[in-house]
Design a protein around this ligand. Structure first.
Ligand code: NI
Length: 178
């Protein structure tokens, strides 16, 4: 197995589940519901200089990671919503590096993104909570991908994604002694 950079991947890379498991789905939903408060705890007490520190050499700053989570979760929510309301809709990827460079993701304080995540994850968790096993097997078709993705894999992916970026911040704090 190739080694991964533990600073960049503090919880490891995403491993897609091979099949749907209702118990696991409950854990994903709980994690998605809790992400906004986990992220708030991860950034609590950081000053502007700390927020503007890259979490790794050449990486995004802590503030950019927070704004990126808002960008990614918005996309994930829309993909989920499309997936439950249409048959195998094509879903568009987003150029996350470019999204992280626009003014709203570069120069705003983090509070607007934290507030957005509060509301968005409450909506998203409620949507996921309402989904049946059949709903979790509904597919979305990522543009340019060779195969469709079931919503349970998408949900697992974004559960990992929230923890992944939160851990980038908490591991930076640990390394820095903040
Ligand atoms: Ni990301």
């Amino acid at each position: 197995m190739a080694t991964v950079d533990p600073v960049r991947y503090p919880i490891g890379t995403f491993q897609a589940p091979e099949r749907f498991c209702a118990k696991e789905a409950q854990e994903w939903i709980a994690a998605i519901r809790e992400l906004p408060s986990a992220l708030r705890a991860a950034v609590a007490g950081l000053n502007d200089e700390q927020l503007n520190t890259p979490y790794r050499d050449g990486g995004w700053t802590v503030a950019q990671v927070v704004h990126h989570l808002a960008d990614a979760s918005m996309n994930a929510f829309l993909r989920t919503k499309w997936g439950v309301t249409e048959d195998c809709p094509t879903v568009k990827p987003f150029a996350e590096g470019e999204w992280a460079k626009t003014a709203d993701a570069r120069s705003l304080p983090i509070e607007p993104s934290l507030s957005l995540l509060d509301g968005l994850h409450a909506r998203w968790a409620a949507l996921l909570e309402s989904m049946t096993e059949a709903d979790f097997h509904r597919m979305v078709c990522p543009e340019g991908a060779s195969k469709a993705m079931p919503l349970y894999v998408l949900t697992a992916l974004y559960t990992w994604h929230g923890k992944h970026h939160t851990a980038q911040i908490t591991s930076l704090r640990k390394r820095k002694g903040w």
